[in-house]
Design a protein around this ligand. Sequence first.
Ligand code: NAD
Length: 438
Amino acid sequence: MTNDTRKKTNVAPATGKLGILTPGLGAVSSTFMVGTKAVIRGLGDPIGSLTQMGRIRLGKRTDNRNPLIKEFVSLAKLEDIEFGAWDIFEDNCYQVAKKNHVIFGDLVDQLREDVEGIKPMKAVFDPKYVSRLHGTWIKEGKTKMDLAKQLMDDIANFKATKKVDRCVMVWCGSTEAYLKPSEVHQTVEAFEKGLLNNDPNIAPSMIYAYASIMSGVPYANGAPNLTVDTPAIQQLAREKKIPISGRDFKTGQTFMKTVLAPGFKSRMLGINGWFSTNILGNRDGEVLDAPENFKTKEESKLSVLEHILQPELYPELYSKMHHQVRINYYPPRGDNKEGWDNIDIFGWLGYKMQIKVDFLCKDSILAAPLVLDLALFSDYAQRAGFSGIQEWLSFYYKAPMTPEGLYPEHDIFIQQLKLKNTLRSWMGEDPITHAEGE
Ligand SMILES: NC(=O)c1ccc[n+]([C@@H]2O[C@H](COP(=O)([O-])OP(=O)(O)OC[C@H]3O[C@@H](n4cnc5c(N)ncnc54)[C@H](O)[C@@H]3O)[C@@H](O)[C@H]2O)c1
């Protein structure tokens, strides 16, 4: 039963259509779009999506209340979604899905009519940030501010022609070259000046994020790009009351890491070394083959263990751990990534043991449901009146954003608890702490 002392947050209903806009129409976004259409047509199940398949326990264990999350909170329905995208290549969603071979061709063909009309809009692109790709479907503008305005026009046109009530933007574009925050990223004023002056430290993804927020559209960052992780964009999101979240979808190897590491730590097992390597042959792998782009990914992948294991609190167990991450571009594998981990652990009296994990995964099959969940939850947060960093969405990210001064929570089980307790509290339900008797 709802606790009388808890107030339910007023959430505007999910009426009308929701537009999901993805900068990048590649393996992840096409798999997400084709997959969503397949689910709507009853040709597949939305496996991996918490919003579609997950349940949430309410009250005590004996209460036996476990509604589906999508029935507990008012989320947009899949049938009410319209898709839009930008890319530096002109291929439509059907052509992209056929080329990248993630979803079997006959299923893509069955859905041809549903997805052929999803044609990318011209992209904002700078080869300095993604040197391996050479597209032709690119906007021109004198200044970065001109480009931002063109994106805002795209969003307005999309809303009008597709007759959508609300939009969200989920970055599914390539990983950009490594970038550190600088002067131009510190305030909205400096950032807008930088857009007018073509500051080289403003990456294309930041121009999309700026256009998104200025258009009243929540932004979720699926890549490890710096994008919304700057004081300027966060200030803008707060001022415009727009939810933002990031960064980098937590799908394969890092997902496994954040499942396993909390387990080792819960048993006070020590770790000497964790060596992770990947072979990957899709376009993402090709982009990450450039050292400056891999550095962005590496930072995101390395941050995980340190925060989970807390070597400063457990120096005997984790202070001497050697953590290394590699990604190797290996075209024969396509989207079928192999993530291999060697973990050197030690137990009672320091005796050494090894664990090997070999995850033969399909990268975009793991990422697609995350795009859906992030889009639906970001829209929900917007309707609930929440803005700025959505820490409760850390569950989906390799390098979760946090408000200043707080360390990120990487443990997937804590992240899940946080997500569900956030939903419970918004709906006026008691949080679940798993205390004795609860
Ligand atoms: N698949 C996963 O499991 C996973 C996990 C975490 C993060 N990611 C990230 O998600 C992103 C998408 O992955 P993917 O496998 O679909 O890659 P992909 O290369 O298939 O697709 C990315 C698309 O973005 C386009 N693009 C590049 N710069 C652009 C710009 N400025 N504007 C518009 N489009 C642009 C590219 O042309 C390409 O078509 C990558 O950054 C990847 O690192 C993927």
